[in-house]
Write a protein that binds this ligand. Sequence first.
Ligand code: FMN
Length: 168
Amino acid sequence: MDKINLPKASSLTSPNPVTLVCTQKPNGSTNLATVSWWTYLSFNPAMIAYAMAKTSFSGEMVRENKKVVLTIPGAAIKDAVMGCGMSTGRDTNKIAKLGIKMQSIPDSSIQIPEHTRVAIQCTLKEYHEVGDHYLYICNVDQVLADENEEAVFAWNGYAKIATAKQGE
Ligand SMILES: Cc1cc2nc3c(=O)[nH]c(=O)nc-3n(C[C@H](O)[C@H](O)[C@H](O)COP(=O)(O)O)c2cc1C
């Protein structure tokens, strides 16, 4: 076998999962950020985790509000999913810029994209410094699904967003 680095490994494990992390901005509107590094942690109690760069605006918002919704986007918004990973909510209204249609969900003031296969509503339990990222460990409050939406994944490392069928 060849010795490689971790970025190369993450491209070799592609397709990787991808989420849009939805948080609430100080003005009450929603911010969306593309995050590939998330995982289920526990079914009982229901818990998930995700890692975001220390500098991310989404991280700042979840540390402040404790609430976050992880959504698995549908194929119809795959281009917008890439777009949400290219700018920061600190100075950009990504929803307006990318023309993403949003929907309200029960028991949450955070909105999510209309084209969502799964939405995992969470409360931040704790977060830890992990190198250049923070790892956010969350309790799952509620999970919603629309099985008519087809999930997308990150292909070729993080270069392309596509369904499992469209990827190659
Ligand atoms: C396909 C893809 C996957 C990404 N995965 C992550 C990730 O797992 N963690 C992370 O911190 N940033 C990830 N990013 C980059 C963030 O989405 C990007 O830094 C974004 O600007 C953060 O937005 P925010 O400042 O509004 O939170 C990814 C970007 C793309 C395009």
